[in-house]
Design a protein around this ligand. Structure first.
Ligand code: ZN
Length: 150
């Protein structure tokens, strides 16, 4: 198990150092903002929606390693997905993050996002990991409101 945890940490550190899909998306059709007051993480998410599909997505912001890595992993995972599939992944990741640490998570259902399951050991960090996902949901539902983690 500790080997797995190490691997997870490596992936998170890598995405924090070299975030994928970083920077504004010039042809974005929607922009959503997220804020996690508990940690101070801020995120701006740019998405391009064409015919019900997320054809483009990028982000920028400032925050801790977990929040940045989570946003990087999230953008990679949902790029090219339909809005319905992206929302369904949101639900599965949200379920994973809110599953008590003593219970196993079904990592098959969340793909690469399994690396975020380790944050359940640190309840305050769960919001860092879920910020990007809440912001994605705001963008998909086009709420025009800053996504808050509480
Ligand atoms: Zn944070």
């Amino acid at each position: 198990m500790s080997d797995l945890t190490d691997l997870y940490q490596e992936v998170i550190l890598d995405h924090n150092r070299r975030p994928r899909n970083w920077g504004p998306l010039t042809d974005a059709t929607r922009v959503a903002k997220g804020h996690n007051p508990l940690c101070g993480d801020r995120l701006t998410l740019y998405v391009k929606v064409e015919g019900g599909t997320l054809t483009g997505i990028s982000f920028e912001g400032s925050g801790c390693a977990i929040s940045k890595a989570s946003a990087s992993l999230m953008t990679d995972a949902v790029k090219g997905q339909s809005l319905t599939d992206a929302l369904s992944l949101f639900d599965r990741v949200h379920d994973m993050l809110t599953t008590p640490i003593a219970e196993p998570v079904n990592t098959d259902e969340v793909g690469k996002m399994a690396v975020l399951s380790g944050v359940r050991e640190f309840p305050a960090r769960v919001k860092c990991a879920s910020l990007a996902w809440h912001t994605l949901k705001s963008a998909i539902l086009d709420t025009h409101q800053t996504a808050k983690t509480e």
